[in-house]
Ligand binder design. Structure first.
Ligand code: KIV
Length: 247
């Protein structure tokens, strides 16, 4: 199974890491067939699957359910699951919750920010972790780019160095300037996976609803469509509706 040393080796050999979010068996199966390196059961499920307005609203129960479905659809993939907001606040609780997500099918858990004691407790239990720095949707007041001022950039850089020393499998860098994404990627041994962090990170992650254009909403500035499932879906449902009225 993949782990910290394999992901570090991928970084050393210059192999790009692809990560996409998936939340159910059908799309997990599709991502596995495409050979995606890491499937992320993101807490963005709150928005794209449950129609909630903030990721912090998702529960452990929901994340376990989504992770379980993803595992059934993609039994051979490396699955990362977000720790929901608050589930990692205390070291003991963080370990219990991470163990539940692993039991549900995750290989590693992703944690936003730097709850140091919880991160250390997870590593002591040999639970694989993925860091998440830069814009932190669970607690962010706005969704603007972060790390633009020298002070903010230095803080994120220092956090990345601390996380690196805890041996995570990867660190997601969200919505930061490209130069900062590059600087962090060059300074640490852990592979970085960017979402709006430029092209010099060691991998990229996007939300599957943006990749496939599954909604009619405006994309975040760093996201990209690679298909138009919205149009295909509306057309297919319309054709089906016509077909139901045909005698
Ligand atoms: O939940 C999520 O989709 C994420 C990505 C933005 C990396 O954390």
């Amino acid at each position: 199974m993949l782990g910290v040393s394999e992901f570090r080796q991928m970084k050393r050999s210059g192999q790009a890491i692809s990560m996409v979010t998936v939340y159910d068996a059908a799309f997990a199966r599709m991502a596995e067939a495409a050979g995606i390196d890491m499937l992320l059961v993101g807490d963005s499920a709150a928005n794209v699957m449950l129609g909630l307005d903030r990721t912090a609203a998702i529960t452990m129960e929901a994340m376990c359910l989504f992770t379980n479905a993803v595992k059934r659809g993609a039994p051979n993939s490396y699955i990362v699951c977000d720790m929901p907001f608050g589930s990692d606040a205390e070291p003991k609780i963080a370990v219990q919750n991470a163990e539940r997500l692993i039991e549900a099918g995750a290989n590693a858990v992703k944690i936003e920010g730097l709850p140091l004691n919880s991160l250390k407790a997870l590593r002591e239990k040999e639970i694989d972790i993925i860091g998440h720095l830069g814009l932190l949707p669970q607690t962010a007041k706005s969704f603007k780019q972060v790390g633009k001022s020298e002070e903010e950039a230095e803080k994120i850089f220092a956090e990345a160095k601390i996380l690196d020393s805890l041996l995570p499998c990867a660190i997601v860098l969200e919505h930061i300037p490209s130069e900062l994404g590059k600087k962090i990627s060059q300074a640490i041994n852990t592979p970085t996976i960017g979402i709006g962090a430029g092209k010099e990170t060691n991998g990229q992650v996007l939300v599957m609803h943006d990749i496939l254009k599954m909604h009619p909403f405006k994309l975040p500035p760093f996201a990209k469509n690679f298909a138009n499932f919205w149009e295909a879906g509306v057309n297919a449902f319309s054709d089906y509706k016509k077909w139901t009225s045909e005698k």
